[in-house]
Every structure is written in C-alpha cells, then in structure tokens.
Design a protein around this ligand. Structure first.
Ligand SMILES: *Cc1c(COP(=O)(O)O)cnc(C)c1O
Length: 393
C-alpha cells in the first residue's frame, strides 16, 4: 500500500488540494462522501451493470501473435478501444455520473481538450437525462469539429473558452469558475487522474477496472496473474493508472509509462513532462509540470491531442520520483509508425495516444518468455485524418 494516497490526500510529496477558497465547500463535500458512496452495494451493482451492458466490459485481453513474434515476447493487448465511445474514458464518466446522482446533483460540467472526455461526459449525461455543459477552448473547437458535433447531438451544450491560448487550460479555468458559481446543484467531471484531491484517487479507482480484469484474464491465459511488464501511454495518466493500479504492490511487475515527446524532447515542441517538468502546482494539485523558471506553464505539444497536457497526475509524479514506474517518451513519428505497424500486423488501428505505448516496444529488450500487457487505450477512427496526412494514403 506504500504507493497509495494518505489521509491528507498526498502521494508522497504530491497531490493535495490547492484551490481557491470559494471551492472548499465543493471539494469538501466530495471528499467526505465519495468514498462511502462508491463502496455502497447499490452503487457497485449499478456501476458493474452499466460497465457490462452499456460499455461492453470486460474488454478482451488479446494475445497479439504477430506482434509477439516480431518483438520476441508474449504481448497481450487490453482492448479499451472496444469500449462504447472508443476509449477508456467512459469508465470514469460512468463512475462519476453515478456519484453525481447520489450527491443529488442536477447539472454536470466538464472541460475537454480534444473532445474525447467531453464526448464521454455528454454520453453518460444523455444516459441519465442530466443537463451537461462542456467547456472547450475556441481553437480546440475548430480543430476537433466532429467531437463538437457529437457532443451537441448527445444533447450537451458546448461553451467556447475564449481567453488566453483558447485551449484546454482555459477551458479548465472556465469550468472551475462555473463550479464556484453553482456549487449546490453542479458536479464537475474531471477526465483524468489530475485536479485537487479526491479527484486523482477517485478517477484511478474507476479506471482500476482495467488492471482488475487484466489480472484475472492473464491468469486464464497463462496460469499466472502477473505480467513482467505493464505498459501504457500517459497524458494526465488515467489509462496508465488504471493499468498499474492492481499491480502497484507486485514489485516484480515493471511498470512503463510512455509520454509524448512531440517533435523531440529538446525541440521546444513536446509534452514529455517527466523529463522536462519540475515540481509545482497545476490544476489544484502538487505535481510535476512543464513550467518556465518564473513558474509560467509551458504550452505542451503532441500530435495526439489526448497526450497534449503540461503535467501528469500526482500519483504518477510520486511513482516517478520513487522509481516504482519508469517514465519514457516517444516522438510523433515513432508513434505514427507504431500505429501503422499495429494496423498491418494485427488489423487494429489504434488511437495515436495508444500508439505511443506500442512504439516503446522497439526500444525494449525481452527474454523469450517475457509476458507484456499493453493498454490499448482507444481506437484510431478519430485519428484517420492525421494518419492519412502523414502517410499520404
Ligand atoms: C484521453 C486519452 C488518453 C490520455 O489520457 P490519460 O488520462 O493519460 O489516459 C489516452 N488515450 C486515449 C485513447 C485517450 O482518449
């Protein structure tokens, strides 16, 4: 349990809740109630039933034979790409909408960058008939028009954030402002293991279904529930925390977190937080983030919108610092090539985010009987245009 959160909401030196005083009541309500609510039998029953019948869980654990042959190890893919709405994000959105209902909330707000979390949130709000407002940077709305249309079709209101760089950071500020003004009736669904405590812990627990299932499925495939390696990509870090969660105390399992190096770690166009970042406060928690010497957040870059984030969640900052997990980075080009390779070896087109995790296989040395599990966090349909542009199909 030494990698878990403590009573004060910290993972080692990281975490906590650094928020404006006006938000204290909202965060305090969550902190006092979420743990009890999510362990209630009626909550568990509805969560499990929706994951099964609505999301389509358990997601398969697939032994990728041709990929295994290429790299000389037994490589299993955890198929989060097969979930309803196409990625792992729906696991958390379902958990939080059930929590919001039980807190008596009538209105949901969310922030979104690429639109994937916005779509997952709009989806669960439609499922429950709850009002949904998604804040999105004006520039991101133009870049991700199909996801804006999806959210609108699902009945959500999409509000452009027009301040600052008009991207995710500004959308987050707008969502915070909304929450301060509507503390009683509104729940804020954060999409990754970031934000003030208890969000990082709550999101990790909703996503832990990924490794809970993986352990069981791996035992069915191989007779042992522990792989040698578990690999996942990291934006804020929710699919990776989900994949690592149940293996944290199994020290024989090597955990590998793959960040986006963008055009190269030293290019000035990167999102490789663990290499480039320093300790500081981002989105309400103490963590590692990319910042200038005078503490301004550096605008991150990655070809994959989901990894384009200037920080990592506080638990990742801790796992990095105590070296329980190994943080590496992969460039745009390496990720795109890995996406092409997976498509042609296994007939699976991955999200470019997920392709970062696969690209790291190129840099590893395996023993012949090594077992590897990779989180295939999402499907690549949303990224076809980027793949087409790069490869000229
Ligand atoms: C959003 C997203 C990510 C990155 O978010 P994490 O919180 O780091 O998991 C990764 N893969 C896909 C498919 C995504 O949509």
């Amino acid at each position: 349990m030494k990698y878990s959160v403590n009573e004060q909401g910290y993972y080692g030196d990281f975490g906590g809740a650094y928020i404006p005083e006006m938000l204290y009541p909202n965060i305090e309500e969550l902190r006092q109630q979420y743990n009890q609510i999510i362990t209630e039998p009626s909550f568990r029953a509805e969560f499990e039933s929706l994951l099964k019948d609505y999301v389509g869980r358990p997601s398969p654990l697939y032994l990728a034979k041709r990929l295994s042959e290429k790299y000389g190890a037994n490589i299993y893919l955890k198929r989060e790409d097969l979930n309803h709405t196409g990625s792992h994000k729906i696991n958390n959105a379902i958990g939080q909408i059930l929590l919001a209902e039980r807190l008596g909330k009538k209105r949901i707000i969310a922030e979104t960058g690429a639109g994937q979390h916005g779509v997952a949130t709009a989806t669960v709000c439609a499922l429950k008939g709850i009002e949904c407002v998604v804040y999105m940077g004006e520039i991101d709305m133009a870049r991700q028009a199909p996801n804006v249309a999806r959210m609108k079709m699902l009945g959500a209101k999409v509000v452009p954030a027009t301040s600052g760089s008009k991207t995710l950071k500004d959308a987050t500020n707008e969502a915070m402002r909304d929450w301060i003004n509507n503390p009683v009736d509104t729940h804020y669904i954060i999409g990754s293991v970031v934000g003030p405590y208890p969000y990082p812990e709550m999101v990790a627990r909703f996503q832990s279904i990924i490794s809970i299932e993986t352990k069981k499925q791996l035992a069915e495939h191989t007779g042992t529930e522990l792989p040698d390696y578990a690999i996942a990509c990291v934006g804020g870090g929710s699919n990776a925390m989900g994949m690592f969660y149940s293996f944290l105390d199994d020290e024989s399992v090597k955990l590998i977190a793959v960040e986006a190096a963008g055009k190269g770690v030293d290019s000035g166009h990167s999102a490789a937080t663990s290499v480039l970042g320093k300790e500081g406060i981002l989105h309400g928690s103490r963590t590692i983030l990319m910042q200038t010497d005078d503490g301004q957040v550096v605008e991150p870059y990655s070809i994959s919108a989901g990894l384009d984030y200037p920080g990592i969640g506080p638990q990742h900052a801790h796992l990095h610092k105590v070296k329980r997990a190994h943080y590496v980075s992969i460039t745009d080009d390496e990720a795109l090539n890995a996406g092409l390779l997976l498509s042609q070896l296994e007939g699976i087109i991955p999200a470019i985010e997920s392709a970062h995790a696969f690209a790291y296989l190129e840099k590893m040395q395996f023993k012949a009987d090594d077992t590897v599990v990779i989180c295939l966090s999402g499907r690549g349909d949303k990224d076809l245009e980027t793949y087409i542009k790069h490869f000229g199909f």
